[in-house]
Design a protein around this ligand. Structure first.
Ligand code: FE2
Ligand code: FE2
Length: 301
């Protein structure tokens, strides 16, 4: 199996200084800020879960290049998780405590998306490879969107003028590496599920589950941060229902270049639905590699 990566995936461990980051670090706007901040709330737990499942996938992968890519993918995701965890210091500087939300995510990953969901050990042990394949399909589905959002954030020029530089750098570094390793989870899924109709149906089913979870977790985490951030604007955000949050995301995305629009997120599902889809065609790999290379030389200077 070919992994279609023509560059070596590298592990980088950049440092970020959030000591001067204001509470609402995008245009002094609680909604816009917390839609980004929600990544600090769920990314560490979710990406450590990516690492655990990718590790479990390795024995099923015969291709040495793909095995190397999966190991590099694990190292990058672990570095992302660590970086977003460090951004929780910025949240605690403002006495924002996301632990109630984070605990729910952790519970879901360890009990529902685990190797034996809700203690059903014998059934899932009998279907071990299929269950692992389905969850890797979900990871590939989320990686599809991480590449989409990574590409978007690298190009969102508005943010240069209204966002805290350190936090924007974290988002762009993470986004660029998502573009860099965009094919790995997809290829790992194919190593487990194969290439035929069953694998295609499984991939679509994985997205059908993964996409709504992503939207709900992302926006509900943002609302939770608003609820606990102690500001009047945050309180208003905390009271918004899910449809209202989706509407607000679209409104800001249409009016400014500070969030992706809902229609662009939905439109990306069309790519995923194509039977011949492969993420090697997604994102701008050259722009992504340029960003990580430039920031590394600036950090060294
Ligand atoms: Fe990541
Ligand atoms: Fe990723």
């Amino acid at each position: 199996m070919t992994s279609f990566i023509d560059h070596q995936i590298m592990t980088r461990r950049p440092k970020f200084d959030f000591s001067k980051t204001p509470i609402h670090w995008i245009a002094n706007d609680a909604f816009n800020t917390h839609v980004f901040n929600s990544l600090h709330v769920f990314i560490p737990e979710v990406e450590y879960w990516f690492c655990r499942l990718s590790n479990q996938t390795l024995p099923y992968v015969k291709d040495d290049n793909l095995r190397a890519d999966i190991k590099a993918f694990i190292a990058q995701e672990a570095a992302h998780a660590t970086a977003h965890k460090s951004a929780r210091d910025y949240l605690s500087n403002y006495k924002i405590d996301p632990s109630a939300f984070t605990a729910t995510i952790e519970w879901l990953l360890r009990n529902v998306l685990s190797d034996s969901p809700l203690g059903m050990e014998s059934f899932f042990a009998r279907h071990k490879q299929d269950w692992l394949a389905f969850r890797m399909g979900m990871i590939a589905a989320w990686e599809h969107y991480f590449c989409f959002i990574g590409t978007w954030v690298l190009n969102a020029g508005d943010l240069d003028h209204v966002a805290d530089p350190a936090m924007l750098d974290l988002m762009r570094w993470h986004g660029a590496e998502e573009v860099e390793h965009r094919t790995v989870a997809f290829d790992a899924y194919r190593a487990l599920a194969g290439e035929g109709l069953k694998a295609y149906v499984g991939r679509q089913a994985a997205m059908a589950i993964a996409f709504p979870i992503m939207v709900v977790v992302w926006l509900k985490a943002a609302a939770h941060l608003g609820k606990v951030d102690g500001t009047v604007e945050g309180q208003k955000l905390g009271k918004k229902s899910l449809p209202r949050l989706i509407w607000e995301l679209d409104r800001v995305g249409r009016k400014t270049d500070r969030l992706p629009t809902v229609s662009s997120l939905l439109g990306s599902l069309r790519l995923w639905a194509k039977p011949g889809h492969h993420p090697e065609h997604d994102g701008d790999i050259q722009a992504a590699l340029r960003y990580v290379t430039n920031r590394l030389s600036l950090e060294k200077a």
